[in-house]
Design a protein around this ligand. Structure first.
Ligand SMILES: C[S@@+](CC[C@H](N)C(=O)[O-])C[C@H]1O[C@@H](n2cnc3c(N)ncnc32)[C@H](O)[C@@H]1O
Length: 208
């Protein structure tokens, strides 16, 4: 996503900030104090911003989109927070081995062109004992579950229509099932994972 599409996404998902606030509160217990955190594919950076408000973490965001990196840097500056947003690819991360205590990837994994490589990169940049979490839509989410999710976003009618169309015609087609996730993880040095199903999505927990 670049240019106008990135700006539309940033504006639309700003109305759904509670998703990022809740996720940051939920994940904070997995991150050591002053820990080094990497969000992979943060888009406009809302999760990083909410996490930065909860503790003294060193947070980095890595996104392939130049537009999103610019938007995220602007959002962090406006919030008065120091977060290192940079451009790069999830399947070839510009970081040394064993750098981060925690990595997170939300609503983006299904978009990666080299998903197994991206999981292997999460392992490489994580320090021993560190945790990676992938949170995404699951392909077998039912129509009713998706409808409830969209209603909960509090969007206007036009945006609701666009989001519903995107779910049906793009997102679900790219999403993975729980079994597919397990099989991809098995091809990486993590070897195994825990997966919690949660509404339209799942959370994959990986430990190094
Ligand atoms: C739907 S947005 C999700 C953004 C954010 N995580 C959220 O929850 O709102 C998907 C993001 O994945 C990024 N992305 C796609 N492929 C990528 C890759 N190979 N490496 C890094 N970022 C990637 C896009 O640029 C975009 O920011």
């Amino acid at each position: 996503m670049e240019g106008l599409i990135a700006s539309w996404y940033a504006k639309t998902t700003l109305k759904d900030l509670k998703r990022h606030k809740l996720m940051a509160k939920q994940l904070v217990e997995k991150i050591p104090g002053n820990g080094k955190v990497l969000e992979i594919a943060p888009g406009p950076g809302y999760f990083c911003i909410e996490l930065a408000r909860l503790g003294n973490y060193q947070i980095t965001g890595l996104d392939i989109s130049k537009s999103f990196v610019e938007i995220a840097r602007r959002n962090a500056a406006e919030a008065g927070l120091k977060i290192d947003f940079r451009e790069g690819n999830a399947s070839a991360m510009p970081f040394k081995d064993n750098t981060f205590d925690f990595t997170f990837c939300q609503a983006a994994f299904k978009n990666f062109s080299e998903p197994v490589k991206a999981i292997a990169e999460m392992y490489r940049v994580l320090r021993p004992g560190g945790i990676s979490v992938i949170s995404d839509l699951r392909r077998d989410a039912s129509a009713g579950e998706i409808e409830r999710e969209i209603e909960g976003m509090g969007l206007g009618r036009l945006n609701e229509f666009m989001v519903r169309w995107t779910f049906r015609n793009m997102l679900l087609k790219n999403a993975y099932s729980v079994d597919e996730m397990r099989s991809m993880v098995a091809q990486t040095p993590f070897g195994q994972c825990r997966i919690n199903v949660d509404g339209v999505g799942f959370q994959v927990l990986l430990e190094k």
